[in-house]
Ligand binder design. Structure first.
Ligand code: CO8
Length: 260
């Protein structure tokens, strides 16, 4: 697949904008994740790129999270391959040596929220129609431990517990209040704000910032690395259950009916 991730590198600033363009809703399909990983890896290996702004080219949506169609009615081999790509996305983004800033210009449920939480800093457009959070339980599924760990590292244990159990999706002011996003801006200011924040972060020497980031995040990363295979097996057996397939089917029907 081509053209699902548009990358624009400003060589003089050393900053790239990665714009997700898997229309209509930037769902994280296997093809999209594969292309995203290749684009990120290229930037990671480019000495001229020190920072990435992650944003969306889809109107009103940052990312709708994991592509539900990848988790529905497929083979166990497919589920395993898909889950490995999701893990890989998290591992690469969470541990990136670059400064990563999420410019959240739309709704960001579940996997979309995970991607944003992987970044070093989150700026969200203050549009009351947008929401962000890990809403997995609303689909009848359970956020894996490393989704949970990422949220705990962002907003703390108590706020995570409540968010996860209720599958809460937060409005921009609520998300800002609990620290799920760092800053709210009017929609039209989001890219310029991201660029300004990026230059503050890039004023810090890379090596000192990178070692510090690794010190903060490595224990969380090591937990997944130690249980990577069993995490895949858990996902495959959970998602294959009839009751879970039924929940996903009902959720998709609800999405379709809600439209109008
Ligand atoms: N995957 C696949 N298709 C999707 C998804 C998705 N995540 N989200 C939306 N779509 C589809 C819709 O079904 C619709 O398709 P169609 O045109 O064929 O009917 C199309 O995209 C457009 O969607 P909407 O009409 O709903 O567009 P809106 O602009 O009204 O709303 C939203 C956009 C807010 C993104 C809305 O679609 C929505 O809430 N989507 C669901 C988001 C969601 O709950 N995602 C959770 C995915 S699960 C996840 O990421 C983590 C799982 C962890 C694994 C657990 C292991 C056990």
């Amino acid at each position: 697949g081509h053209g699902r991730v548009a990358v624009e590198l400003d060589s003089s600033a050393g900053v790239a904008v990665m714009k997700m363009e898997n229309l209509p809703v930037n769902s994280l399909s296997l093809d999209f994740l594969t292309e995203f990983l290749i684009s990120l890896e290229k930037l990671e290996n480019d000495r001229g790129c020190r920072g990435v702004i992650l944003t969306s080219g889809a109107p009103k949506i940052f990312s709708a999270g994991l592509d539900i169609m990848e988790m529905y009615g497929k083979s166990t081999e497919h589920y395993a391959e898909f889950w490995k790509a999701v893990q890989e996305m998290w591992l690469r983004l969470y541990q990136s040596n670059m400064v990563t800033i999420a410019a959240i210009n739309g709704s960001s449920p579940a996997g979309g929220c995970l991607m944003a939480m992987c970044c070093d800093y989150r700026i969200m457009a203050e549009n009351p129609k947008y929401s962000i959070g890990l809403n997995e339980t609303q689909l009848g599924i359970v956020a894996p431990f490393w989704f949970k760990d990422t949220m705990v590292n962002t907003i703390g244990n108590r706020a995570t517990e409540r968010s996860l159990e209720l599958g809460l999706l937060y409005s921009p002011p609520e998300a800002h209040k609990i620290g799920l996003v760092d800053q709210l801006v009017p929609e039209e200011k989001i890219q310029s704000t991201a660029a300004a924040v990026m230059s503050q972060w890039l004023a810090i020497p890379d090596h000192a910032r990178q070692i510090t980031k690794s010190m903060m995040r490595k224990p969380t990363v090591d937990r997944l690395l130690a249980h990577r295979e069993s995490d895949i097996q858990n996902f495959v057996s959970f998602i294959s259950k009839d009751a879970i397939q039924k929940s996903l089917h009902m959720y998709m029907e609800m999405l379709k009916q809600r439209r109008g």
